[in-house]
Design a protein around this ligand. Structure first.
Ligand code: ZN
Length: 107
């Protein structure tokens, strides 16, 4: 994949992916990096954390801290606004997938 496409699309894919998981459970940085790498996205903390912070700043995520064996870990969870936004985006996503992925198979 070219850098051009990567830059333009990945930020959005990653936001959606984070939202998707944060709707289902509380997520934290390093676990999210692992999850994304499972899907083929190689992300450094320096890339992921600003995305988490901006999703929180925009009100799509909320965070809380927990003490995990002596270390403070910051967890994120989707807000109602985040959930609504994800539902909205899914409509566009389905439409797009139907056109460029599903249709291709039927041609
Ligand atoms: Zn995932």
């Amino acid at each position: 994949m070219s850098d051009y496409i990567r830059k333009r699309l990945f930020q959005g894919f990653i936001c959606l992916h984070i939202l998707h998981h944060a709707v289902e459970e509380s997520v934290y940085g390093s676990a999210m990096i692992e999850e994304l790498s499972r899907h083929g996205y190689k992300l450094s903390p320096g890339t992921l954390y600003p995305i988490l912070h901006s999703l929180e700043k925009e009100g799509f995520l909320e965070s809380f801290q927990e003490n995990v064996s002596g270390k403070i870990r910051k967890y994120y969870r989707a807000t109602q606004k985040g959930l609504d936004e994800l539902q909205n985006v899914k409509k566009y996503l389905k439409e797009l997938v139907n056109e460029i992925v599903v249709d291709e198979k039927n041609e």
